[in-house]
Design a protein around this ligand. Sequence first.
Ligand code: ADP
Length: 301
Amino acid sequence: MNYPVAIKNVSKSYRKVKALSNISFEVNKGELFGIIGPDGAGKSTLFRILVTLLKPDEGEAFVEGYNVVNQFKEIRKIVGYMPGRFSLYQDLSVEENMNFFASIFKTTVKENYHLVKDIYSQIEPFKTRLAGKLSGGMKQKLALSCALIHSPTVLFLDEPTTGVDAVSRKEFWEMLQRLKQQGITILVSTPYMDEAGLCDRVALIQNGEIMEIDSPEGIIGNYTKNLYKVKTDKMFEIINDLRDYQYTDTAYRFGDSIHFTSKQENPDSDELLSYLQGKGHDNVQINEIKPDVEDCFMALM
Ligand code: ADP
């Protein structure tokens, strides 16, 4: 069986920087698959290999059964790619960008309007505006419309929601759900861990290595530690105090609190409470909580 995307032992270095180390995974047809990791994890490098802009040093990768190295022409016809930046011509209008991308693939906006209608109709009222003058959310909609105009079967979206406001981010994920319903396979990368839950499956990537691949529920289900949310009235000092605590396994900022795990097999939160009070913390709150994907990421690092 041909997976829409299959990657086998792919590695890639830029001189001394190892951007990808022995990456292998497959993506199923119609799946919304997230590549989740911080800046510099290797997400863009992986996407650039899959859309045939970069060759792997080692290993093989296939898109719809075509080899990314020697069948790149076939792949370029069937994939849609939204790079992290600079995918639009800033000096062309909305409409001109669309016409340009359609013409590269020897089609017209009119012919494939039905594919992009849901998304493009939202920016069409501004079709004479230069792409460079659009808001972040509108640029993102235009870039997605341009990536879709030639009816690709696999979409690669590299950090489409980075630098976009919260409302536009939510709308964007809703658009992806609708595209998925049309049967398009979607690979999307993001540094935002809270977006993991919107994917069917995710790969957690760090320093060019995949740490885990599973459904968001599966990743959370594999978390075995007792996780605590800790708050005191001296939040500035707490990280250093927790680092000095003999039983601290991990302690990291999470919103307005600290997430803490203990080296003890049966963590003793009363002992932690006494320790923090001894360090001068008042109003100490320690609550055991359920992890989310970010906690799983921290545990895997
Ligand atoms: P991400 O998309 O997750 O931010 P990248 O794939 O862009 O990660 O980068 C992975 C690593 O490779 C980083 O350490 C980055 O600095 C390095 N890198 C990326 N592109 C280049 C390049 N053209 N030349 C040298 N190093 C690069």
